[in-house]
Write a protein that binds this ligand. Structure first.
Ligand SMILES: [Zn+2]
Length: 276
């Protein structure tokens, strides 16, 4: 990636950044979309400007004088992960775990691109280094990536040093391929422990869980996945799907159905913003 391209993308990331939900409900993060989700404490300037659509990445000014990129810094140590996004309006957030995978991730990216939607991908380091081009594509297309450990272990069965190794190596691999260290962490299986919260905070990553599990990992059938998303859709919902870790063909087919339906229902699909 050319340096100027990287700089432009960083500006995009900065432009899409806002303030975590200190003013919002516990366990929620402010949505990165429109409709006045920036709280009064948000930094003034381009970041606080309302965009006409949910695509904060594309529609925020790219050339504004954003704050300088901050070095990773410690965050408040949470005791529970963030479960949903807050903010007015019909915002939802899509998340995809365990990838990237060459079989399924490109199809999901194609569908997201077709509808001009940004999502979060929680990546495993061992998949990142095998599929660097897909991580680069996520960066180019404005998606946000998070750290989902290197080997997807059950963190509650590991020693603190082992958890740290899983997290640090994955953030390193993401930085190499995506161009930024991740600012979000998701524990495999949703199995959080104190060490994971502490290490994540020290690495500048907020813990992100989900509201709605599509249970696509049980391969219940495409129509069942579609029904689960559409019946569970509500403002603030964070949707969990998987683009790797097994046969995800149902996931790929399902999103082609439920994504346009959510958009037709007036939902804005957004990615989180946070302070930098
Ligand atoms: Zn996972």
């Amino acid at each position: 990636m050319q340096k100027d391209q990287l700089l432009t993308r960083r500006r995009m990331l900065l432009a899409g950044a806002a303030v975590l939900g200190a003013a919002g409900a516990a366990g929620a993060v402010l949505a990165g979309g429109d409709e006045g989700t920036a709280p009064p404490t948000a930094a003034p300037g381009p970041q606080a400007r309302r965009a006409p659509k949910s695509s904060a990445f594309r529609l925020q000014p790219l050339t504004g004088d954003g704050p300088p990129r901050a070095a990773p810094r410690g965050l408040k140590v949470r005791t529970e992960p963030i479960l949903r996004i807050s903010g007015r309006g019909r915002h939802m957030m899509l998340t995809f775990d365990d990838g990237p995978s060459p079989e399924y991730t490109p199809h999901i990216l194609d569908t997201l691109a077709k509808y001009d939607v940004r999502a979060m991908f929680f990546l495993c380091g061992e998949c990142v280094v095998q599929n660097r081009e897909l991580v680069a594509r996520m960066a180019e297309e404005g998606h946000v990536v998070g750290n989902h450990t290197w080997t997807h272990p059950l963190l509650t069965s590991l020693k603190r040093g082992e958890i740290r190794d899983e997290m640090v190596s994955t953030s390193d691999a993401i930085e190499d391929t995506y161009g930024e260290r991740p600012q979000w962490f998701r524990a495999p299986y949703g199995a959080w422990n104190r060490a994971a919260f502490q290490l994540g905070a020290a690495m500048g990553m907020e813990p992100m869980a989900w509201t709605l599990d599509t249970t696509d990992w049980t391969t219940p059938g495409t129509s069942t996945i579609v029904d689960r998303v559409e019946s569970g859709a509500a403002p603030g919902v964070v949707v969990l799907s998987h683009d790797a870790g097994g046969d995800r063909s149902q996931t790929v087919r399902a999103i082609r159905e439920w994504l346009p339906h959510l958009l037709d229902s007036g939902y804005h699909l957004t990615v989180p913003r946070r302070r930098v």
